[in-house]
Design a binder for this molecule. Structure first.
Ligand code: PLP
Length: 357
């Protein structure tokens, strides 16, 4: 059987969740498990995250998957509902919504008038400069007052555009706006920290923190590794050697013959490719880890195979190769591919076999 495997390390996931607890001891934790737990597979991650206070997802389908798996913690839809019809399912499944647009506020108020007597929590998004979703500071106070008047419990929510950046001027502006709005709406619950902000600004933890990437053991910062942050990679992505070739100087490898050997060398063919979600790196350079040794990928990445230089390595058919994991960090692979760890993790295909360890 083809051995392209994604291993999910439940202990590492628990360790990282505990890191969040250490860094934000008084806040409730909304573990972000959207996009299939950042590509890790929701069903393979929820047990390790079961001591979280809540989950965060991007849409109702993702929230319902959590309910189908039997987890009862609050689930927040961080983009809210996409049409009024979703409201009934939200209520039936005890899901919390966010509102970022006046039409969503109308849906909530109408629904509450018609059917709901009980207290409901709603997250209200401030657009403090990221200019993706949310109400401007000038409008949000009225929105919150009308929701409170209708009996909702409100959480003021905000997302930083540059929490990962060392010293970006927008950070101060976003913080100040958030604090001003919070003050104008007291008493109110509040949430503004993603992973980078959890590390950087403990004073902004407030009632809920929303860690994503740090849970999966990937660094939110370009200039700090997982070792600096004391978090552990959760995913190890491996394949194995399925052929070994000895080539002479002047011979080339792979599609387009983009690599030509300068001297005789040993190459190994690995059963992994862009059809599994392994990135092409062109025109940059990919590396894998074999027996803990950083080893270069040569020639183009194909749909199902790559070639690596194994000259001077003691390998055989079946030798395991780490595409990313604890030796070859996904952040480093991402860097070599002009992207971020988030993207590589999320865009893995369904082909690799999934295993929990
Ligand atoms: C609203 C919101 N909160 C929290 C997060 C988690 O961010 P991170 O994965 O950087 O911790 C995200 C991620 O995109 C988000 O959109």
């Amino acid at each position: 059987m083809r051995q392209a495997t994604v291993y999910i390390d439940s202990k590492a996931l628990q360790y990282n969740l505990n890191r969040v607890k250490q860094l934000a001891p008084t806040a409730k934790i909304v573990s972000m498990v959207k996009a299939n737990a950042y590509g890790h597979g929701v069903k393979d991650c929820l047990a390790a995250l079961s001591s979280t206070d809540a989950f965060g997802v991007a849409c109702l389908q993702e929230a319902l998957e959590i309910r189908e798996l039997g987890y009862l913690q609050p689930v927040t839809l961080i983009e809210g509902i996409f049409n009024a019809d979703e409201m009934t399912t939200v209520i039936e499944n005890n899901i919390e919504v966010l509102v970022h647009h006046s039409v969503q506020v109308e849906w909530l108020l109408e629904y509450k008038q018609q059917y709901i007597a009980k207290d409901l929590k709603v997250w209200v998004k401030l657009n403090s400069g990221m200019n993706r979703l949310g109400f401007k500071a000038s409008e949000i106070v009225d929105v919150i007052h009308s929701l409170k008047a209708a009996g909702f419990t409100c959480v003021l929510a905000m997302h930083f555009a540059n929490a990962d950046a060392e010293d970006h001027p927008l950070n101060e502006q976003q913080k100040n706006q958030f604090l001003q709005v919070k003050q104008a709406c007291e008493p109110i619950l509040a949430s503004c920290c993603n992973s980078a902000a959890i590390f950087k600004w403990p004073e902004l933890n407030f009632d809920y923190v929303r860690p994503g990437i740090m849970l999966y053991g990937t660094s939110p910062f370009a200039n700090k590794s997982v070792h600096d942050l004391d978090i552990q990679p959760v995913m190890t992505f491996t394949a194995e050697i399925i052929a070994l070739n000895h080539i002479q100087a002047g011979e080339s490898v792979g599609y387009g013959s983009t690599f030509t050997a300068e001297q005789a060398m040993d190459i190994a063919i690995i059963s992994i490719g862009y059809g599994d979600g392994y990135p092409r790196a062109f025109p940059k350079q990919n590396y894998v880890s074999i027996q803990g040794q950083k080893t270069r990928v040569i020639g183009r990445v194909s749909m199902d195979m790559i070639a690596v230089d194994v000259t001077n390595l003691n390998v055989a058919l079946g030798t395991a190769v780490e595409l990313w994991g604890k030796d070859r960090l996904v952040d480093d692979v991402a860097e070599a591919n002009g992207t971020i760890g988030y993207e590589l993790l999320c865009r893995l295909s369904a082909r690799p076999v999934r295993k929990q360890i």
